[in-house]
Design a protein around this ligand. Structure first.
Ligand SMILES: NC(=O)c1ccc[n+]([C@@H]2O[C@H](COP(=O)([O-])OP(=O)(O)OC[C@H]3O[C@@H](n4cnc5c(N)ncnc54)[C@H](OP(=O)(O)O)[C@@H]3O)[C@@H](O)[C@H]2O)c1
Length: 236
């Protein structure tokens, strides 16, 4: 039975990760900004009262990151898998990141959540990850972060934040190799969620199940790589 810490678990991919890990008997620490309003997570808690812990966490808030560590350290001796899933597509109400309408606040917010927070969460939870015999950090990236595959304009902040997250993943893998901790950047596919929208071709269940299985199988040979949900390398 593994212990999994998930960011952004209130909805979308994070909620589905929580559900699938719980269904197979793992222990999940599901973090979200507003636990009182996270109705779907509360429903999961009523089904899995012993294996699900819901904690408040805003990944960009240092106090919140510190509090979450202090609280879970009392209850959990180790974390086996950290899933840095929380993400935003834009820091701009209009969701615009197009040439002619670029504003720096959008970049600052998107990088804070998508790039800097996964690194800071990994750093914060490292003492608990180090206590696992087979720890893994999964950074939920995006094909939008692939420079090689980029063929359209727009989405400057989101695309750049995921390209930078890929670099963070690679650098972390170098730093954590000697500790045996595996880090992965995974493109989940285009999935129907609030972010993915209703035109997305993928329903949520299968890609998440594939990522869980890929994470299980991953070894230090894959650490630092940018993979799709089937385990194929995505060009940088
Ligand atoms: N859906 C896709 O097609 C797709 C494709 C490629 C990559 N991804 C990536 O997959 C991840 C999840 O996406 P999704 O589709 O599930 O998005 P989503 O439905 O918009 O959900 C985003 C989640 O992130 C949380 N979040 C945002 N800012 C946060 C913060 N500061 N602190 C803590 N949690 C925060 C949200 O919490 P609240 O409920 O509090 O807002 C929500 O739980 C993201 O990293 C995204 O970039 C998604």
């Amino acid at each position: 039975m593994k212990k999994i810490f998930i960011t952004g678990a209130s909805r979308g991919l994070g909620l589905e990760f929580s559900k699938q890990y719980l269904e197979r008997g793992d222990t999940v620490i599901a973090s979200c900004r507003n636990p009182e309003k996270a109705e779907a997570l509360k429903d999961l808690k009523s089904i899995f009262p012993d294996n699900l812990t819901i904690v408040q966490l805003d990944v960009v808030d240092e106090q919140s990151r510190n509090d979450v560590f202090t609280n879970i350290e009392k209850e959990f001796d180790a974390i086996d898998i950290l899933i840095n899933n929380a993400g935003i597509i834009s820091g701009n109400e209009s969701e615009s990141s197009v040439l002619g309408e670029i504003y720096k606040e959008d970049f600052r917010k998107v990088f804070s959540v998508n790039t800097i927070a996964p690194l800071l969460m990994s750093e914060k939870l490292l003492p608990l990850l180090e206590k696992s015999s087979n720890a893994k950090i999964v950074n939920i990236s995006s094909q939008n972060g692939s420079i090689a595959l980029r063929s359209v304009g727009g989405k400057y902040s989101y695309a750049a934040s995921k390209a930078a997250l890929n670099m963070v993943t690679k650098v972390l893998s170098n730093d954590l190799k000697d500790k045996g901790i595996i880090t992965l950047a995974i493109h989940p596919g285009w999935i129907k969620t609030d972010m993915g929208g209703s035109n997305a071709p993928l329903e949520i269940e299968e890609p998440i199940s594939q990522i869980i299985s890929l994470t299980d199988k991953s070894s230090l040979n894959e650490s630092g790589k940018f993979l799709d949900r089937e385990g194929k390398e995505v060009p940088w």
